[in-house]
Design a binder for this molecule. Structure first.
Ligand SMILES: *[C@@H]1O[C@H](CO)[C@@H](O)[C@H](O)[C@H]1NC(C)=O
Ligand SMILES: *[C@@H]1O[C@H](CO)[C@@H](O)[C@H](O)[C@H]1NC(C)=O
Ligand SMILES: *[C@@H]1O[C@H](CO)[C@@H](O)[C@H](O)[C@H]1NC(C)=O
Ligand SMILES: *[C@@H]1O[C@H](CO)[C@@H](O)[C@H](O)[C@H]1NC(C)=O
Ligand SMILES: *[C@@H]1O[C@H](CO)[C@@H](O)[C@H](O)[C@H]1NC(C)=O
Length: 942
């Protein structure tokens, strides 16, 4: 108890000290101290003794509507402010013109708010010292003001992820006077925590004048609608380290000199309409080159091999042709005639340097022919190798896996490869996905290959000429989600060890020569959602349990020896033994279903289009403070996450980045949350998470594997928490697949939704009623509900949580509480004490969201309409109109009257009660939990 209180006091002090307003650095005059305090008071919702900021305080604390006008009056008086940092404060409204008149303002940091309207032209002024402007992650619209050109000291202009439109003003870049170093006008497609509207819409060309600004180091213009050619002038920028112009409509040739800029580290040109050849030479410091998704053609020049620092090379989806160079391990792409199909011709330029730093090599979807050179195995740091969709022939180099210990994905799909599958791949102990489908591989499936429990995402050997039976070693793949060996010549019986694949979701054995009975144990695989056994020689009775109860999930046609038992669901299609086939779902559909993959696949492998800034590689190892369990060092974390590679990063928020990785001493995937300690509140959030993790134990709460608290290479504090990997991602992904690149494509069934609701309710009941002192989560929302491999829900992210202590010295108001708009109770900011009722409110919103598929922050919920009001107006008689149309129920119409009355209405009723505006109208957690569990049990029994 005592340590909890001490912790809370420390946390409280930290909240105070780390308040963003405290970062307002002003000159050390009395006046500026008063400015600072005024802002502090404002932030805490206390009285504002100076009256400077009293106008800001509004009861509508959540959105601070009406900020704009009042901010302007107050700001004009803050004459000594040098640095204004109000990032991540949920500020809305427009940016006041008066900001431009602050005479001493150097740093303007308003990133990650909800500011709308135009960027005021007043910001640009010849007489002001403005040097840093960061308005990233807002909803600003209109054009980029020309006047910014006038700021003589401007070095950073970061407008990424807004709704800006118009052209990039050419006059912004004045070669003679500009000190500009960083220009970021990119939209951010991929960050999980960023809402969809963050898309800049800049059009027109890249101004030639940009190349006059020799002080530039970083240019990001990606994900806009820029057209025209890349100006030659950009090659004149001597110290450029990053040029990112992916995802535009740029065309024409890339200026050759651009590749040669010696300072260049990152060059992203992907997903445009660029033409020409792959460069002969690139700058010596280049680490990432993305030219994917363009119209580059021709052969690959050998000299590219001199780019010895290259870590990422993505040339996929172009028109590259000719023989894949022999010495790809040296990346020596020989200019030689196309020796079609003659993989025996090897010209080996041994003098070429090894690209030993390469982590990702992607050349899929081109017209490359010839063999895969054996030297590919020299790329020992390789994480991903994709050569799919080419015309490669010959054998896969033997021993390939032996030398690629870090390989996570090998994709050779859709080529003309022959020979046997290399058993040496068993040595790639990090391999999670192996796709060799649509080739001409022959021989049997090597049993060694299957003795590789890291294979978790998928094993696709379909559409080859494989023979023999499935080795019993397949049982070792206990985490495998997808298994496809369809359309081969496999024979024999299905091994009983297949029953060990507890995580398997899809099995396709179709179009082979399997014999014997369909094993009963397939009915026991709980996560199996698709099973295709069609066009084999299976005989005997069809099992009746598990997946076999769902006729649409199982394809059996083309097995002339199958018969049905009396009770089977196939009764309407099959008749009693012998000689019946389902004729049910078309075979082609089964192919399509292969697309059903869990979020991890997307997380790990959609990164061909997911190239973000490569983080600096750090190799030193520092010991970590051992908290509870396994000791992990900073070095372990670096290695587990591929040096915090963007490839491993699955989401970012302000306080931390989340990576997927695997420690060398362990086989399980883990999730590593690395805290951004330079961000306000991040340390607090780390401390709070530790506190909660140490004191809780419940099946529906996230558990930490271990903690890491140390310093990094530059002696900065480094803090991370390691969690178990949750194979099915967050609830948010499942409720809003559209917001997550349509992944996962599966929809939650009614039963799954009820179970998740029950899990979350149990977690809340535990936190509120079983812990002493009770714990309030304060930030319950679908993205903080994680789903394990069996869809068990676990509540995570306790960064905003608070223990409710009876001690009077602990904070009870919403001081410094995080929370998310849409989910946070309306009493937030009205002087109410933190209570479990806040979580009940968030839970109600979460339930409404889960059953309607609508986000409470959807744009339609304005002008007094809320998700609660919408549902409540439809309740009970028109409920169907607002329920998620994608909600399914095995074999039944989910909107049938009985289902509605028995489950959906009671659930929605609970949700509506929980999300009442007034705390006193909401039921207690215990009652909520009991009710949900009762509904859940009734559902299970039916
Ligand atoms: C700002 O300063 C002016 C004059 O210095 C004063 O008249 C005005 O009341 C001040 N405004 C606020 C909001 O303090
Ligand atoms: C732009 O601002 C965002 C938000 O603060 C930040 O994450 C990003 O690193 C900045 N980009 C550059 C190039 O400074
Ligand atoms: C560029 O800056 C210089 C020096 O401040 C100024 O004289 C010149 O007019 C500017 N050029 C343009 C096109 O604005
Ligand atoms: C800047 O670039 C433009 C277009 O390339 C050119 O016409 C102009 O002379 C350059 N100005 C300076 C000051 O270098
Ligand atoms: C480029 O960097 C070098 C070394 O840091 C520096 O001396 C030089 O002034 C820079 N050039 C420009 C145009 O900023």
């Amino acid at each position: 108890m005592a340590h909890v209180i001490i912790f809370l006091i420390v946390a409280y002090l930290l909240t105070f000290l780390w308040n963003p307003i405290a970062i307002l650095a002003a000159e050390s005059t009395n006046r500026s101290e008063l400015d600072r305090r005024g802002l502090l008071y404002f932030k805490q919702g206390l009285n504002d003794p100076l009256g400077v900021l009293s106008a800001w305080v509004s009861l509508d604390f959540c959105s601070w509507k009406g900020l704009a006008g009042q901010l302007s009056q107050s700001l004009a008086n803050l004459t000594s402010i040098v640095r204004l940092d109000l990032a991540n404060n949920q500020l809305s409204g427009g940016i006041p013109d008066e900001l431009g008149t602050l005479p001493k303002l150097q740093v303007l940091m308003l990133a990650s708010n909800m500011l709308a309207g135009n960027i005021p032209g007043s910001l640009g002024s010849r007489s002001r010292p403005l040097s840093y402007v960061n308005l990233a992650y807002n909803n600003l619209s209109g054009g980029i003001p020309h006047s910014l050109a006038a700021c003589p000291s401007l070095t950073v202009l970061n407008l990424t992820s807004n709704s800006l439109s118009g052209t990039i003003p050419s006059s912004l870049f004045n070669g003679t006077s500009s000190k500009l170093a960083v220009v970021n006008l990119r939209a951010n497609l991929f960050s999980g925590s960023i809402p969809e509207f963050h898309k800049n819409n800049l059009s027109g060309g890249i101004p030639t004048s940009l190349g006059n600004v020799t002080s530039l180091t970083q240019i990001s213009l990606g994900t806009n609608q820029l057209v025209g050619a890349i100006p030659e002038s950009l090659s004149n920028i001597p110290n450029l380290t990053m040029l990112s112009i992916s995802y535009n409509d740029l065309s024409g040739h890339v200026p050759t000199l651009l590749y040669n800029i010696s300072s260049l580290v990152i060059l992203y040109l992907g997903q445009n309409n660029l033409t020409g050849r792959i460069p002969y030479a690139v700058g010596p410091n280049l680490e990432a080159l993305d030219m994917s998704g363009n119209k580059f053609d021709g052969l690959l020049p050998a000299s590219l091999a001199n780019a010895s620092k290259l870590q990422i090379l993505d040339l996929s989806s172009n028109l590259l042709a000719g023989q894949l160079p022999v010495e790809i391990g040296n990346l020596a792409f020989l200019e030689m005639p196309n020796l079609e199909q003659n993989q025996l011709v090897h010209a080996i330029p041994i003098e070429l340097g090894y690209l030993s730093n390469l982590q990702m090599l992607s050349m899929g979807q081109n017209y490359l022919s010839g063999g895969i050179p054996s030297t590919v195995a020299n790329l020992s740091g390789l994480f991903l190798l994709s050569l799919s969709g080419n015309r490669l022939s010959g054998q896969v180099p033997t021993g390939i896996g032996m030398l690629l210990p870090n390989l996570n994905e090998l994709n050779l799909k859709n080529n003309y490869l022959t020979g046997s599958i290399p058993a040496s791949l068993a040595n790639s102990t990090q391999l999670v996905m192996l796709d060799l489908s649509f080739n001409s591989f022959s021989g049997s499936i090597p049993s060694e290959l299957l003795d590789n429990p890291s294979l978790s995402v998928g094993l696709d050997l379909s559409n080859n000429h494989l023979t023999g039976s499935i080795p019993p070693e397949i049982g070792a793949l206990v985490r495998l989600v997808l298994l496809d060996v369809s359309n081969n010549k496999l024979s024999g019986q299905v091994p009983s060890s297949l029953g060990h694949l507890k995580a398997i979701s899809l099995i396709d054995l179709s179009q082979n020569k399997f014999i014997g009975q369909i094993p009963e144990f397939l009915g026991n695989l709980k996560l199996l959602t698709q099973l295709d056994l069609s066009n084999n020689n299976f005989t005997g009775p069809i099992p009746t349990t598990g997946i076999f109860q769902n006729t649409t999930a199982v394809i059996l046609d083309g097995n002339i020896g199958l018969c049905r038992a009396n009770t089977t669901n196939f009764a309407t299609i099959f008749s009693i033994c012998p000689r019946i086939s389902t004729g049910g779902t078309k075979n082609n559909n089964a192919r399509l279903l292969l697309i059903v993959i869990p979020p991890i696949t997307i997380a790990l492998f959609s990164f061909l289009c997911f190239m973000v800034t490569l983080l600096k590689k750090r190799e030193h190892i520092f010991p970590c403070y051992k908290e509870t369990m396994k000791k992990v060092s900073y070095g372990d974390i670096l290695k587990a996450t591929n040096w915090l590679s963007p490839v491993n990063k699955i989401s970012t928020s302000r306080t931390g980045s989340v990576y997927i990785g695997r420690f060398q001493f362990d086989t399980d995937l883990v999730v590593i949350k690395v805290f951004h300690l330079d961000e306000y509140g991040s340390l607090n959030s780390f401390l709070m998470e530790c506190q909660v993790l140490r004191n809780t134990r419940h099946r529906n709460l996230m558990k930490a594997v271990t903690l890491c608290s140390t310093v990094d290479l530059e002696n900065n504090e480094f803090k991370a928490i390691v969690f178990d990997f949750m194979a099915n991602g967050s609830l948010d992904m499942w409720v809003h697949p559209k917001l997550h690149q349509n992944c996962p494509k599966r929809c939650l069934s009614l039963g799954q939704r009820i179970r998740i609701a029950a899990d979350v309710a149990s977690a809340l009941d535990y936190m509120h009623n079983q812990l002493v002192p009770p714990l309030v989560h304060c930030d319950l929302k679908p993205s903080n509900v994680l789903l394990d491999y069996d869809m068990t829900a676990r509540v995570g992210d306790y960064g905003s949580a608070k223990f409710i202590s009876s001690d009077p010295s602990s904070p009870k108001e919403f001081v410094g509480v995080g929370g998310t708009i849409g989910y946070i109770a309306p009493e937030y900011g009205m002087g109410y004490k933190i209570s479990t009722g806040c979580d009940v409110y968030s839970f109600g919103v979460l339930l409404l969201e889960m059953f309607t598929g609508m986000k409470p922050t959807d744009a339609m919920f304005t002008n007094g309409i809320s998700l609660h009001k919408l549902v409540s107006s439809a309740y009970p008689h028109e409920l169907c109109k607002v329920l998620d149309p994608y909600m399914s129920q095995e074999g039944n119409n989910v909107f049938a009257t009985l289902t509605l009355q028995s489950y959906l209405m009671p659930l929605v009723e609970v949700a509506l009660l929980c999300s009442m505006d007034l705390p006193k109208d909401r039921p207690g957690t215990r009652d909520v939990c009991a009710k949900i569990l009762e509904i859940s049990e009734a559902f299970l029994e039916s």
